[in-house]
Design a protein around this ligand. Structure first.
Ligand SMILES: Nc1nc2c(ncn2[C@@H]2O[C@H](COP(=O)(O)O[C@H]3[C@@H](O)[C@H](n4cnc5c(=O)[nH]c(N)nc54)O[C@@H]3COP(=O)(O)O)[C@@H](O)[C@H]2O)c(=O)[nH]1
Length: 642
């Protein structure tokens, strides 16, 4: 409450006479100017007669009244400030507490009550330290006791306890409230809730750790992946260089793992890979590294090895493990492994060299009959190394879908119209560019990859024809090459049927070509396999006819539809009488056997005319077009020209 000062009495109105001349005015003037000391001095210099005394008292009274008025004004200002502070304190969204020198809470604003789930009464005489989680209590007390006079500090991310027993995290701001009374220091604490920000940061950290883990680990086995392996190998190289140590790099590749996948399904293959990862991990020391590079390829870095003998012992232990069956999904599997080893520094001082040499050594182990190991030897020729490299890439190419099809038109020699296309496979190698099938088909046959590759080609081709059909572009027939190796598989007809089913391709429009020479070497088996395929409704052709010394008795028994005259005979037509005679004989033979005949490798008009005259009405060759990309085929042959 503020009080108004009473009106000041006029000292001239009391009738007690005048003090000394001008004295009164001077004293009053000093009072009005708030110079109480001067007024007192003016008055004290005079002889204090009764009148002057009374006058002095009056003046003192006036002085008191002025002081009263000032006091009331300052009380008013203080009250206003107090009201303002109380209003701030109660409405601030930040928790505020006033703490006494003993650490007891004196006041807590509503925001603090909400934050701690406590009512105002609960705070009263509650030790502030009890609101802090035990883990952080000591730190806060230490900082607090070191707080300089009239200063403030912030302790970030203190863990507090709320009544609901849920910890929360907040920044604690502590300020000492200035006090006139030295003994009664008080503090005001503000707590800014950071729980959500901290949780978010934690979540972010966890997510980034998870991402980092995924980027460095193989999702199936949990082993380090290729990226992590590269980092570890780089680090290992640096240590080996600095401390002049040896280490070994081992490439491990499971033998015939693909067969497990193909026959028992990928889930069994995956489970087997996990078991292999466990078994290998159990064989290494903590300083070593094991990683899965993909597929059935593992790599081990044996760091700081005393001598190559040490590596041989490790390999022996691994081989012993592979002598035992692997238990997978309640079944037992025998799997073997081929291991290639390169040593630092004798087999290379650089990352790439060591990796390449371990890889070459691994393929050497495979070549030597699998289920074994091979240390890299410099005598392994560059040519052999290149070939091994390519073989390695071929396996990857199948996983990475690096194969594409070109299509060579087959035409009616009378009209020049499109009667079909031959699908010819190309390998789009990431470094070497487009590779010819003459390079990789024999390799795929040797490595046992031809089945997968053949089926891939077949599916790509069938899909393309069906897609063209859907786009209103008609290709009457698709010819696909089959390797004799593929014919050996009893599952082949079933797999072809599945592809026809999956793609919706009409079997009658699919022709499978098998090379004559290879077919005749396995004639009995081929008769059986080709019959099974004919039963699917597809047609069959003998490729490169004339080069394979076909036995007529077998030829009669093979369920064929077409003979393809090899381009080596077409080349010399009209120039070489022998070629003319052979071509004529093949056409007559086909006619006699009731087969169609198609000439391949037609490059000149005279060759086409000769063939047509002799009764061969189908052909393909550069005269008409080279093997084309699907887009080129559409433009050159399928889209009506304007
Ligand atoms: N098992 C599989 N074999 C396949 C597959 N894709 C191709 N192949 C076989 O690879 C051999 C080489 O094929 P490519 O290099 O594609 O050569 C073909 C044509 O480009 C070539 N050709 C066609 N016309 C002419 C010509 O006028 N002159 C000339 N010099 N060459 C020409 O001939 C090859 C086609 O031959 P063919 O198959 O005998 O009809 C080849 O043996 C392919 O069969 C595959 O997916 N699987």
């Amino acid at each position: 409450m503020s009080s108004r000062p009473p009106p000041r009495p006029d000292p001239t109105e009391d009738g007690l006479g005048e003090p000394a001349d001008g004295l009164r005015e001077r004293a009053l003037a000093a009072l009005r100017a708030r110079r109480f000391d001067l007024a007192e001095e003016i008055l004290s210099h005079e002889d204090p007669g009764p009148a002057a005394l009374i006058e002095n008292l009056r003046i003192y009274q006036a002085e008191l009244e002025i002081q009263n008025e000032e006091l009331a004004q300052s009380q008013h200002r203080i009250q206003e400030a107090l009201d303002r502070f109380t209003s701030f304190f109660n409405t601030l969204p930040i928790a505020e507490l006033v703490i006494d020198p003993q650490g007891l809470i004196q006041e807590a604003n509503p925001a603090a009550q909400r934050l701690f789930h406590l009512r105002g009464a609960h705070f009263h005489q509650h030790f502030f330290a009890r609101l802090i989680a035990e883990s952080d209590r000591e730190t806060v007390i230490d900082v607090w006791s070191g707080l300089a006079e009239n200063s403030s500090t912030v302790i970030p991310e203190v863990r507090f306890r709320s009544r609901s027993d849920e910890d929360f995290i907040g920044d604690l701001h502590i300020a000492q409230i200035p006090s006139l009374d030295q003994g009664a220091r008080r503090y005001v604490c503000a707590i800014i809730d950071r729980t959500e920000a901290v949780r978010q940061r934690q979540r972010l950290r966890e997510t980034s750790e998870r991402l980092d883990y995924l980027a460095h680990h193989d999702a199936l086995t949990g082993l380090p992946n290729r990226t992590y392996f590269q980092e570890r190998l780089e680090q290992c190289l640096q240590r080996a260089r600095r401390y002049r140590r040896q280490f070994a790099l081992l490439f491990l590749d499971l033998d015939r793992f693909k067969e497990v996948n193909d026959t028992l399904g990928h889930h069994v293959g995956d489970a087997l890979l996990c078991r292999v990862a466990e078994v290998l991990s159990a064989q290494i020391r903590t300083v070593d590294t094991i990683a899965r590079l993909g597929g059935d390829e593992f790599v081990v870095i044996l760091e700081d090895i005393p001598a190559p003998r040490f590596v041989a012992h490790f390999v022996d232990r691994v081989m012993e493990e592979f002598d035992r069956p692997f238990q997978v999904e309640g079944r037992e599997f025998f799997v073997t492994v081929s291991i290639g080893i390169s040593l630092y520094p004798s087999d290379g001082r650089e990352f790439e060299t060591l990796v390449r040499h371990a890889d070459i050594a691994m393929y050497q182990a495979k070549k030597a009959g699998r289920n074994g190991f091979s240390f890299f030897e410099p005598t392994m020729s560059e040519g052999a190394a290149e070939r091994l490299r390519l073989e390695h890439d071929l396996r990857l190419a199948l996983q990475r879908d690096e194969f594409i099809l070109y299509y060579q038109p087959q035409v009616d020699l009378t009209t020049g119209e499109l009667i079909g296309v031959e699908a010819l496979c190309r390998w789009r190698h990431p470094q070497l560019g487009l590779l010819s099938p003459t390079l990789f088909i024999p390799m795929a046959e040797q490595l046992g990859l031809i089945d997968t590759l053949g089926l891939k080609v077949l599916e790509l081709g069938c899909r393309q024809i069906v897609d063209w059909d859907a786009a209103g572009l008609h290709v009457p027939r698709l010819a696909v090459n089959l390797s004799v190796r593929e014919l050996e598989r009893s599952q082949l007809p079933g797999r072809i049927a599945a592809i026809l089913e999956r793609t919706g391709m009409d079997p009658a429009r699919l022709e499978l070509e098998v090379t004559e020479s290879k077919l005749m070497r396995h004639a009995e088996m081929a008769i059986h396999a080709l019959n099974a395929m004919r039963a699917l409704g597809v047609t069959l052709a003998i490729d490169d006819f004339g080069t394979g010394y076909s036995s007529l008795s077998y030829l009669k028994r093979l369920p064929l539809n077409r003979l393809k005259i090899d381009r080596s005979f077409v080349k010399g037509l009209t120039q070489d009488v022998n070629d003319d005679a052979i071509a004529r004989a093949i056409i007559a033979l086909a006619r006699a056997l009731g087969l169609e005949v198609l000439a391949e490798g037609i490059e000149a008009r005279e060759q086409a005319d000769f063939l047509f005259r002799e009764g061969c009405i189908e052909g393909q060759g550069y005269l008409y077009d080279r093997p084309l990309t699907p887009e080129e085929l559409v433009v050159n042959w399928l889209e009506p020209s304007e």
